[in-house]
Design a protein around this ligand. Structure first.
Ligand code: NAD
Length: 499
């Protein structure tokens, strides 16, 4: 049995807490490795290493820091297949999807190569007689991030690339479900020239998270995961005086207007609803056709597409549509929620409950499900299922469809499919959701824009990546300076106006 490690101060180190978690192969249901779960003493060692390495790293000029990321991007491209394979093996997603996971993280590393430009600061010449004012953005010091299982490459990169580009040290506490890829990424960063102690991976669970939250040296915490944990981390981290940003769960609605191209909408729904087995925070889990006729036609187009989906392990080829879910507990939870949908009166028009794959009977595969006539009060509508389950909620008109998405507690992503520019524009303006697609089902912004939801999908005021990341990982310092040529009048006892 492989025993994974932490990555502390440039070395792979074994866990010393005596606690481990099983890392599964979701396709076979077998335990493939054990990951150590750190205690506070192990976290303290990482924090001390980070604190001692960080000042020298912050003093490296931003262009040289950016060069480390340039090299990292090269190395990541070199090792793409190897890392994607490890990712698929632990997570279960298809091989092309695993590459996409790495690619969308890599793009943020590429964006962060612009650190010298982003960190330039502001300058006002001659703000008063002989007085100049300038603002600079300085690194926070030791920063930390806690990441979810569903994007084990992308989300760590969304955090550590800007953190280290800004001159911070970064401690990553990845998901204990798929910890191998984060360890590989840390190794690549050091191969790219990052000094020891600037990136560290401390594996663990709540105990490691609490060690981060209550540590006095760690200045900021980034979190991505489910909403209850996001709320806990935001509340606890803020109470400890840290800068915290937390990104939580989702229930993303796609509105399909009567004038939409319904083939295009059905294709989009199948990809966005069932891709990665629905384990995406930007997955579409609610389809809202407007009008009974639209709903009936859409349902007729969805059913054959869903029935054709190829569900298999990543090793079965690049034409696999989706693989297993991450754990048996996740599978049980999905099937439990499906049962509540049936019990509460929704129409289960595609029933994946009996799905089983020959040769992989112990894997965590879940067949695709489509519910029709779902209503607002049902658990399958209110809860994030995080599985291959799409719910159709029929709306009689546009206002009702808009209101549904607006009233839901989550506000991560949404989409509208229509050919009418006025409707699309009205939707984009009025909706209270952070990321909006117009005829685009999964509107994940590119690296140079920012990513973040609204409502219960986010806690904190800055988004991930894009310019916000440079704000989150730095503090502003403003210097007002006056040189002797401007000091002519002796002592000043009043608040001076800049005349
Ligand atoms: P999770 O909340 O179970 O775990 C996320 C992280 O928190 C992991 O590192 C885990 O070890 C840690 N954790 C778990 N329980 C904890 C506890 N009690 N105390 C402290 N830390 C704890 O989430 P997950 O199942 O890994 O990921 C799926 C969730 O993440 C979904 O809700 C999904 O919507 C969300 N997600 C959101 C975004 C976004 O950007 N909004 C992106 C990806 C995933």
């Amino acid at each position: 049995m492989q025993e994974l490690t932490h990555y502390i101060d440039g070395e792979h180190v074994k866990g010393t807490s005596g606690r481990f978690a099983d890392v599964m192969n979701p396709a076979t249901g077998e335990v493939q490795a054990k990951v150590p779960l750190a205690n506070k003493a192990e976290m303290d060692i990482a924090v001390a290493a980070a604190a001692s390495a960080q000042p020298a790293w912050a003093a490296v000029n931003p262009q040289r820091r950016a060069r480390v990321l340039m090299k990292f991007v090269d190395l990541l491209n070199r090792d793409m297949d190897k890392i994607a394979e490890a990712l698929s093996r632990e997570h279960g997603k298809t091989f092309p999807d695993a590459k996409g996971d790495i690619q969308r993280g890599l793009e943020v590393a590429e964006y962060c190569i612009a650190a010298p430009q982003m960190l330039k600061g502001e300058y006002t010449d001659a703000a008063g007689p002989g007085i100049d004012i300038y603002s600079m953005r300085q690194a926070l010091g030791v920063t930390a991030g806690i990441t979810p299982f569903n994007f084990p490459a992308m989300i760590p990169m969304w955090m550590f690339a800007p953190a280290i580009a800004c001159g911070n040290a970064f401690i990553l506490k990845p998901s204990e479900r798929d910890p191998s890829v984060p360890l590989m990424l840390a190794e690549l960063l050091e191969e790219a020239g990052l000094p020891k102690g600037i990136i560290q991976v401390v594996n663990g669970d709540k105990e490691a998270v609490d060690a981060i939250l209550y540590d006095d040296t760690i200045q900021s915490v980034g979190f991505v995961g489910s909403t209850p944990i996001a709320e806990y981390i935001y509340g606890t981290g803020c109470a400890q005086g840290k800068r915290v940003q937390c990104f939580g769960g989702a229930k993303n609605h796609m509105i399909i207007m009567p004038d939409a191209d319904l083939d295009q909408a059905a294709d989009a729904l199948v990809g966005a609803g069932y891709g990665a087995a629905g384990e995406r925070c930007m997955a579409i889990s609610v389809a809202v056709p407007v009008g009974e006729e639209t709903a009936d036609k859409l349902r007729d187009k969805l059913i054959p597409r869903i029935e054709k989906l190829k569900i298999a392990p990543y090793t079965a080829g690049d034409d696999v549509d989706y693989g297993p879910v991450v754990t048996s507990a996740a599978k049980e939870n999905i099937l439990r929620l499906v049962q509540t949908g049936v019990d509460q009166g929704a129409d289960l028009v595609v029933d994946g409950r009996d799905f089983s794959l020959q040769g992989y009977e112990d894997g965590f595969f879940v067949g695709p499900h489509l519910f029709d006539n779902v209503t607002k009060d049902m658990d399958i509508y209110k809860t994030e299922i995080f599985g291959p389950v799409l719910s159709m909620v029929r709306a009689q008109n546009y206002e009702e469809a808009l209101g549904l998405a607006m009233d839901h507690e989550y506000g991560n992503g949404t989409a509208i499919f229509t050919r009418d520019g006025d409707t699309a524009r009205d939707f984009a303006n009025r909706i209270n959701i952070g990321m909006v697609g117009v005829n685009v089902p999964i509107p994940v912004p590119l690296a140079y824009h920012t990513f973040g939801g609204w409502k219960k999908s986010v806690f904190g005021d800055l988004n991930q990546h894009g310019p916000d990341a440079f704000k989150f990982y730095t503090r502003t310092k403003t210097i007002t300076s006056r040189w002797p040529s401007g000091i002519k009048e002796g002592g000043e006892f009043h608040f001076k106006q800049m005349d």
